[in-house]
Design a binder for this molecule. Sequence first.
Ligand SMILES: CC(=O)N[C@H]1[C@@H](OP(=O)(O)OP(=O)(O)OC[C@H]2O[C@@H](n3ccc(=O)[nH]c3=O)[C@H](O)[C@@H]2O)O[C@H](CO)[C@@H](O)[C@@H]1O[C@H](C)C(=O)N[C@@H](C)C(=O)N[C@H](CCC(=O)O)C(=O)O
Ligand SMILES: Nc1ncnc2c1ncn2[C@@H]1O[C@H](COP(=O)(O)OP(=O)(O)OP(=O)(O)O)[C@@H](O)[C@H]1O
Ligand SMILES: N[C@H](CCC[C@H](N)C(=O)O)C(=O)O
Ligand SMILES: [Mg+2]
Length: 489
Amino acid sequence: MDLEYLAAGLTLPEAARSLKISGLTADSRKVQPGFLFAAFKGASVDGTRFAPNAVAAGAVAVLCADDAVAAVRAACPEHTVVLGAPEPRQVFAGMAARFYGAQPDTIVAVTGTAGKTSVAHFARQIFQAAGHPAASLGTLGTIRPDGESYGGLTTPDPVALHKELSELEAEGINHAALEASSHGLDQFRLDGVRLTAAAFTNLGRDHMDYHATVEDYLNAKLRLFSELLPAGGTVVVDPGEKYADRVLAVAQARGLPVLSVGETGRDLKLTGRKPAGAAQQLTLQTVRGEYKVTLPLIGRFQVSNALIAAGLAIAAGIDTGTALRALENLKGAPGRLELAGKTKSGGLVFVDYAHKPDALDNALAALRPFTDGVLSVVVGAGGDRDPGKRVLMGEAAARQADLVIVTDDNPRSEDPATIRKAVRQGAPDALEIGDRFEAIAEGVRRLAKGDILCVAGKGHETGQIVGDTVIPFSDHEAVLRAINVEGNT
Ligand SMILES: CC(=O)N[C@H]1[C@@H](OP(=O)(O)OP(=O)(O)OC[C@H]2O[C@@H](n3ccc(=O)[nH]c3=O)[C@H](O)[C@@H]2O)O[C@H](CO)[C@@H](O)[C@@H]1O[C@H](C)C(=O)N[C@@H](C)C(=O)N[C@H](CCC(=O)O)C(=O)O
Ligand SMILES: Nc1ncnc2c1ncn2[C@@H]1O[C@H](COP(=O)(O)OP(=O)(O)OP(=O)(O)O)[C@@H](O)[C@H]1O
Ligand SMILES: N[C@H](CCC[C@H](N)C(=O)O)C(=O)O
Ligand SMILES: [Mg+2]
């Protein structure tokens, strides 16, 4: 592909215009002959120092920040085409979009601290129910009608993302729902994706290791609405959520259509919510009249997620009745308030991906009405992630649960005992059992009829990251093993 086409918007030296580019990457280790290498200053290393290696591996062009051009030119052979841009990650995302070309016609995206995976999972199911082959891309990888593939990041890097989108399009999958993480938005990973609608779930404490202030974190999320959603794209929001007003202000300033949901929403207005066993009976006022919907999920927050997903589908052209009827068959995302086992004594064990204070608060609050006896939680916090959230997670656990067992999540490079100590500062009465299986087994052992145990933090994950090693570990399997091994009669 011609560099001139890929680099639309950049001024190219005459000789570089017809240069053919065979692929692109921001990782020098993935360069092949004829590639363009994007040299970014990263969180841990300065990628510009790998430019000579990239050229040695066959890169014919290097993209970097304007202020790095001179150094890259000096370090690389003379024939290397070096392109500078004020925001090279954004330019690179546009290049990836042009290189891979095709995308599903209808793409919706969701951002927010909690609920992204659930909303994307639900939107995909609603599109499918409306007869459109659909995929979701996010924390769970890519889920398409005929299978799943796991990518690693919630929002993939632009090359992986656009390759995936073009493959979906080639497979005839014309509807997709994406999770837009704050890292992804901040690093321009999603720039170049053609969006039809975008949603905001909520904003709570997270990633304060990466974003300097809550305002920075919010601003990263707001990029989805202020910069990525094109003119005419619909903003979907629950105005009752904290910070929703900031999203609405962006929509208003840009004259974007808004579809609002929830108790204070206009388009899908929630006027009634009654628990009905493991489901909830919802009453909704819409411009098409009143709808009664049985949502087969528990928890107030799942109602919010389901309505936001329905809002995205409606904004993408699905008929209101079809979208709302689809809610009656929704399946929760794996590891999100998922019933993982029942003990012989009649206690229930749920696995939930709550790994942030608000999420833990909400997950435990959602389980309380189903608890006749004791509500207990097994919880820890991940290493190499925002240490400030640890005490808050302990506090949320202690506030909402009757019994707290503090254990290890993914310690990564940190000392697990130090992490547990920080969590226990918020939950001083907690038991502490570092070994995650033993902690789950203890929780299971203590369950009596009517009790509920929530195993929080790892949800769908299938490994525990200790140092650089990933040890196979699944909360679901641990729960079943504990129920069998412990007998629990
Ligand atoms: C902090 C962070 O977000 N880092 C992401 C970022 O890396 P970076 O640019 O800062 O990388 P770096 O290691 O400093 O290297 C700088 C550059 O040198 C390049 N390099 C490096 C070594 C080498 O030999 N050659 C080379 O070219 C790297 O490819 C990179 O381009 O860009 C990379 C490419 O897109 C990402 O893979 C990487 O994600 C790391 C692995 C990560 O763990 N990210 C997490 C925190 C993340 O993004 N999470 C979010 C949110 C999850 C949530 O909401 O909970 C997600 O979307 O998953
Ligand atoms: N709308 C919501 N409000 C508050 N908490 C929620 C909401 N939706 C989900 N949660 C809680 O957050 C956890 C993670 O949910 P989900 O995976 O859908 O969010 P996410 O935004 O994709 O998270 P991540 O950024 O970690 O991938 C759930 O297990 C639940 O405990
Ligand atoms: N995408 C999140 C997942 C966290 C999951 C939790 N189990 C942990 O390890 O903290 C992150 O990388 O911060
Ligand atoms: Mg997610």
